[in-house]
Design a protein around this ligand. Structure first.
Ligand SMILES: NC(=O)c1ccc[n+]([C@@H]2O[C@H](COP(=O)([O-])OP(=O)(O)OC[C@H]3O[C@@H](n4cnc5c(N)ncnc54)[C@H](OP(=O)(O)O)[C@@H]3O)[C@@H](O)[C@H]2O)c1
Length: 329
C-alpha cells in the first residue's frame, strides 16, 4: 500500500549518512510529516525514553537507520558497545513501534550478516549458513537479531495487528555525510581524504595497502535511500511473494564490483590527483571478493541510478565544502 504523503514518519538516525539520505528522498517525494530526534535529544538505548517518544509522537511508520557503526579497529576494541547498543536500539524501537501501533517499519542491516565464506555473490539465503567474520561478529549478531525481531513480530502479530516490518541489507555505501576519520573510516572516504591531502601537499605518490586486486562493491547513499523507500512502499502481496516469513531481508547492492586498484584510480580522477598510485603488497588484502547478489531487488525493477564515477564526484564536492567541520575530524 502506497503511503499517504501526510503519514507521520520517524527516521531514526537522521543525522547519519543513510538516515539523512532517507530524509532527503522522502522530502523530495513530497512527504511532509517527518519526525526526527538527535542522539542528544533521544538516546535510543534508553528503553523508557524510547517508550515516551513513541507515546508522544505516535508515528505511523519508522525507518530504523540509527546504529553504532564503525570500522575493524572500533569493532575489535569496543565489541561490548557494538553488540549492546545495537541490540538495545533495535529492541527498543521495534518493540515500542509495535506497542504504539506502527504498521510499517524498515530495518537497515549490513552485508556483514553473511558468513565469512559465503558463496559470491552473496544471496539472501546465505544468512545463518556459516561462521561470521570474527572482527565484527558482535555487530553482525546484533544486525541478525534486528532482522529476526522484525520477522518474529510479523509472525506473531502480522495477522492480528496488521504490522509489516521489513529489512534491507546494504552493500558498502558512500556519499555525502560519510565519516572521514583518519583511523576509522571506510575505504572510499579514506581514499578521498588521502588523495586530497596528497594533491594539496603536492606529493608525488599515494601508496595503498595490499595488492589492489580485491574486489568490492559500492553503492551511492542516495541510491540506498531510494531503495529503502522503494522496499518500504512495495505492495505487501509482492513483498510476501519475494520473501519468506523467516527469510524476509532484501539485499541492496550496485550489481557489480571493482578492484581496489580501479577504485583508487577513479578516486584519483575525481580529485584530479596528478601523482602516481602505487600498492604495498606486504600489507594485508582482506577477503578477495565481497559482492551482494541483488537480483531479488532487480527482479522487482529497482536499479541504482548513480554510477561510481558520478557518485565519487558528488562525494568529493561535499567533502570540499564540509571537510573543515568537526564532523569530519
Ligand atoms: N555506511 C555504510 O557503508 C553502511 C553499509 C551497510 C550498512 N549500513 C547500515 O546503515 C545504517 C546507518 O549507517 P550510517 O552509515 O548512516 O551510520 P552513521 O552515519 O554513523 O549514522 C548512524 C546514526 O545513528 C545515531 N545513533 C547512534 N547511536 C545512537 C543512540 N544510542 N541514540 C540515538 N541515535 C544514535 C548516530 O548519532 P551520533 O552520531 O550522534 O551518535 C548517527 O546519526 C546502519 O545500520 C549501518 O549498519 C551502512
Amino acid at each position: 500500500m502506497t503511503s499517504n504523503l501526510q503519514s507521520k514518519i520517524y527516521v531514526a538516525g537522521h543525522r547519519g549518512m543513510v538516515g539523512s539520505a532517507i530524509v532527503r528522498n522522502l522530502e523530495a517525494k513530497g512527504f511532509t510529516n517527518i519526525v526526527t530526534r538527535t542522539h542528544v535529544e533521544l538516546d535510543l538505548t534508553n528503553q523508557a525514553a524510547v517508550e515516551a517518544f513513541f507515546e508522544t509522537e505516535k508515528p505511523e511508520q519508522v525507518y530504523l537507520a540509527a546504529a553504532k557503526v564503525g570500522g575493524i579497529h572500533a569493532n575489535n576494541t569496543f565489541p561490548a558497545e557494538f553488540i549492546y547498543q545495537n541490540l538495545m536500539m533495535e529492541a527498543n524501537i521495534i518493540h515500542q513501534a509495535f506497542v504504539h501501533g506502527v504498521k510499517k517499519l524498515l530495518f537497515l542491516g549490513s552485508s556483514c550478516i553473511y558468513p565469512k565464506l559465503a558463496p559470491q555473490p552473496m544471496r539472501e539465503d546465505a544468512l545463518l549458513t556459516g561462521k561470521l567474520e570474527s572482527t565484527n561478529e558482535p555487530y553482525a549478531i546484533a544486525k541478525i537479531a534486528g532482522i529476526k525481531l522484525c520477522e518474529s513480530y510479523n509472525r506473531q502479530y502480522g495477522q492480528s495487528h496488521g504490522i509489516d516490518y521489513r529489512s534491507v541489507m546494504p552493500t558498502n555505501l558512500y556519499g555525502p555525510g560519510d565519516n572521514y576519520h583518519p583511523e576509522n573510516s571506510h575505504v572510499i572516504p579514506a581514499l578521498i581524504r588521502r588523495f586530497h591531502e596528497a594533491k594539496v601537499n603536492q606529493l608525488p605518490e599515494v601508496v595503498i595497502w595490499g595488492t589492489g586486486t580485491p574486489r568490492r562493491e559500492f553503492l551511492y547513499v542516495d541510491d540506498m535511500a531510494a531503495a529503502s523507500v522503494f522496499v518500504m512502499e512495495l505492495d505487501k502481496v509482492i513483498y510476501d511473494q519475494q520473501t519468506d516469513p523467516m527469510q524476509s531481508h532484501i539485499n541492496v547492492g550496485f550489481g557489480s564490483d571493482v578492484t581496489i586498484a580501479e577504485l583508487a584510480k577513479a578516486v584519483g580522477n575525481a580529485i584530479d590527483y596528478q601523482g602516481s598510485i602505487n600498492f604495498d603488497p606486504s600489507k594485508p588484502d582482506g577477503a578477495p571478493r565481497k559482492w551482494m547478489n541483488s537480483s531479488l531487488l532487480a527482479n522487482l525493477n529497482w536499479t541504482p541510478l548513480v554510477p561510481l564515477r558520478a557518485g565519487l564526484a558528488l562525494t568529493y564536492q561535499e567533502y570540499l565544502v564540509n571537510k573543515d567541520k568537526k564532523y569530519f575530524e
